[in-house]
Design a protein around this ligand. Structure first.
Ligand SMILES: C[S@@+](CC[C@H](N)C(=O)[O-])C[C@H]1O[C@@H](n2cnc3c(N)ncnc32)[C@H](O)[C@@H]1O
Length: 240
């Protein structure tokens, strides 16, 4: 590989298409332009919301009900959701449009690629990653979103004292997350070394969490705080 070749990431998702419901079509037609941000836009509060409220970024919000509920109940914060799944994008446009949310923006695409290129260092107050695809087969573990490389990417984008909040209903992935995050430089486990965190009040139950509970799974939350920054070694390609 030469230095000029872009890094090729392993995808953490599979794109699945399904027909849109009528409210999802309405979301796309009536509300998308209120919430959708253009690729290339600088991902910070000033550019996205014209204020300096703390920015929460959710990676993979699925159908988005919990993200809409969080944005509605915390108007003093800004929220940016990133997702690849078209029905989920359409649904969140509809739900956020019906509630006229002013503190939520949506970006379509691979969150890892977009954050890497367009989020300035230290611009994010909290990342949330709720019930990410568990990729349970050993040969697929490389597709898991929580990895040493992605922990570094996230740390670079968080302010010092910012939080990376993960939750999963897969016990094996919960221990994987704990191990990866406990070995990552510049983070502190808010629950104490080797411990999981109780679900914070601000996190509503998500769709995949409810599915996991119905299947008899346990739920594990992890909150890691950044204690020191990483140098922003990758260039950001930003449109303000
Ligand atoms: C298992 S679902 C969980 C959805 C939601 N967080 C919940 O708890 O109901 C995981 C979601 O993450 C999305 N996803 C996975 N990797 C992603 C990435 N790199 N960028 C954006 N979205 C991603 C998938 O499209 C999928 O909708």
């Amino acid at each position: 590989m030469t230095l000029d070749q872009p890094l090729r990431r392993i995808q953490t998702f599979v794109r699945r298409s399904s027909p849109l419901t009528s409210s999802q079509r309405q979301g796309m037609e009536e509300y998308a332009e209120l919430f959708r941000i253009l690729p290339g836009t600088c991902l910070d509060s000033i550019t996205l919301f014209n204020n300096n409220h703390p920015l929460t970024v959710e990676i993979g919000f699925g159908m988005g009900q919990s993200l809409v509920a969080m944005a509605a109940s915390a108007p003093e914060r800004n929220f940016l959701g990133i997702e690849v799944h078209e029905p989920g994008l359409a649904q969140i446009f509809f739900d956020a449009g019906e509630r006229q949310l002013a503190n939520l923006k949506i970006l379509e695409g691979d969150a890892l690629e977009l954050l890497s290129s367009y989020a300035p260092a230290g611009s994010v107050d909290r990342f949330q990653l709720y019930f990410p695809d568990p990729w349970p087969k050993k040969r697929h573990h490389k597709r898991r979103l929580v990895s040493a490389e992605n922990a570094e990417l996230i740390r670079r984008k968080l302010r010092i004292g910012g939080i990376f909040h993960m939750a999963t209903d897969w016990e094996d992935y919960a221990h994987w997350m704990l191990e990866v995050m406990s070995s990552a430089q510049g983070y502190r486990n808010l629950a104490g070394e080797g411990q999981f965190h109780p679900r914070p009040d601000y996190r509503p139950l998500t769709k995949f969490e409810q599915r996991g509970l119905r299947d008899g799974h346990g739920i594990w939350d992890l909150l890691f705080e950044t204690t020191s920054p990483l140098p922003n070694s990758h260039p950001t390609l930003i449109r303000r």
